[in-house]
Design a protein around this ligand. Structure first.
Ligand code: TYD
Ligand code: MG
Length: 459
């Protein structure tokens, strides 16, 4: 019998019997790839012949054994939710050159102390891996290397070597000779990942898969891979800046809010223990247009700086540029400033930038953005020891945000002296060494932000 041919969208997995230039389901162009339906294996037992399996009460399950591997990097463990779970499959995605291979090779040193690690690379030769390992000072005798792209050889090696941890760099280079589709196609990736995952699950091997990101920013074969694995981590960062953010977008064994911060140096990646200190280190003093912000990344408050520049527009259309903050959010904040505080921003170009490549995803920095813009507009510096926290509503009012206790404690620890917070925030404790200003609207907030600088100005 002839195998049936159908077409599968590489982006969303939609199946159709004919080819389209545009996927009927997700609307992406040029994503449909040809696939052959595999014939059903002969001799499969009918369902009625299957025997019932034994079930266990959840209380009787024993979890006393250590179920997580520590990686030797606290930042990484934090993103995992306390270490990589034994037998889990982790997908690590990110742009080329961001440091995926580097971090995985680095953790091999620590992992090698307690277990056997097999590093399979389809991208580098053994000697290239050795070179990198030398530079990273990785020489664990429990680390084994294999330069291979054929799935069958990999699985046979895993079966023979019985490692505790397998790293596959990258899943896109793996191909199976049993499949007719071309290497790198989504059918290949899906099928190979499937077989690797089933080996990982049955033999309880913790498996790291490196996944490349397409130019649109999604993991190649994106949705399909994300469904299959337990944890999806993304490595982010500006290539020309030294530090990297590790974010989890899916985690069956932990929170997806935690981030890890690393710095790329000549000996690989090092953890950044105090990100706020690093992000604030370059903040200029007594200059207009900058204000300290506090964002919650998971359970951790991180302090950084937002900068604004309001300059007279030379064209009729004012330019507005936002980096690190949503453009529409910036438009809204500018409209609030114009309407509520009568600032004439329509004839000026406005640029807003969150330093350090940080991206603001929660609205708690709204008021700080407003203050930075007002500061640049009036050319008045904001008090250096002040941080502003709060969401801004359309009426110009300040609205409360979550995690206020954490934020204030950390602000105190970092040496801030004055904190602007929304009027209705609930504070359960008193904080010593800082002045807290509960304010109702952006007008009050701006007034307070400028007052300290004048007071301190002479000093
Ligand atoms: P790499 O881990 O190869 O990226 P990926 O696997 O995500 O594609 O990282 C390569 C980049 O990291 C490269 O631009 C050089 C830089 N690098 C360092 O700066 N220091 C180092 O010690 C190493 C190993 C790499
Ligand atoms: Mg690599």
């Amino acid at each position: 019998m002839k195998n049936k041919t159908f077409y599968v969208c590489a982006a969303c997995g939609h199946k159709s019997i004919r080819w389209y230039g545009k996927c009927p389901s997700c609307g992406e162009w040029n994503t449909l790839e040809e696939e052959q339906e595999a014939p059903a294996p002969a001799g499969r037992a009918p369902i009625s012949a299957a025997k019932a399996a034994e079930v266990i009460p959840i209380g009787a399950l024993d979890l006393s054994e250590e179920i997580r591997y520590h990686t030797g990097m606290e930042e990484l463990d934090r993103v995992f939710g306390g270490g990589a779970v034994k037998g889990s499959v982790i997908l690590l995605g990110g742009d080329p050159g961001i440091g995926k291979s580097t971090i995985l090779l680095q953790i091999c040193q620590f992992l090698g102390r307690s277990c056997k690690v097999l590093y399979i690379s389809g991208e580098e030769s053994k000697s290239q891996i050795k070179l990198r390992a030398q530079r990273l000072e990785v020489d664990s005798e429990n680390l084994f290397v294999l330069a291979e792209t054929r799935l069958e050889t990999m699985l046979a090696t895993i079966d023979a070597e019985k490692p505790d941890i397998v790293i596959i760099d990258s899943i896109q280079t793996v191909h199976s000779e049993e499949l007719s589709s071309i290497p790198g196609s989504s059918a290949q990736i899906r099928e190979c990942a499937n077989r690797i995952i089933s080996v990982a699950k049955t033999q309880n091997i913790t498996t790291f898969l490196v996944g490349h990101v397409t130019k649109e920013g999604a993991l190649a074969g994106p949705k399909i891979l994300e469904h299959m694995v337990d944890t999806v981590l993304y490595f982010e960062g500006e290539k020309n800046l030294n530090y990297r953010l590790l974010r989890s977008v899916k985690n069956r064994f932990g929170s997806t809010n935690e981030i890890g911060l690393f710095e790329m140096g000549d000996k690989g990646l090092t953890e950044v223990e105090n990100p706020s200190k690093m992000l604030l280190s370059g903040k200029p003093k007594h200059v207009s247009g900058t204000c300290a912000i506090c964002v919650m990344e998971g359970t951790r408050p991180i302090f950084a700086e937002v900068q604004a520049l309001v300059a007279k527009s030379i064209y009729g259309m004012p330019r507005r540029t936002a980096s690190g903050i949503d453009f529409n959010r910036l438009q809204m904040l500018l409209a609030v400033l114009e309407k509520r505080l009568m600032m004439n921003l329509s004839e000026s170009d406005t640029f807003v930038n969150v330093v350090g490549g940080l991206r603001l995803t929660e609205p708690s920095s709204d008021v700080a953005v407003i203050i930075a813009i007002a500061s640049s507009y009036r050319d008045k510096p904001v008090d250096d020891k002040l941080v502003a926290i709060g969401e801004v509503g359309l009426a110009g009012e300040l609205r409360s945000v979550s995690g206020m206790g954490f934020r204030i404690s950390e602000a105190v620890r970092l040496g801030f002296e004055r904190i602007i917070i929304p009027y209705h925030s609930e504070l359960k404790v008193k904080y010593n060494g800082v002045t807290i200003y509960p304010v109702r609207n952006i007008g009050e907030a701006i007034q307070i932000a400028f007052s300290g600088e004048e007071r301190r100005g002479g000093a």
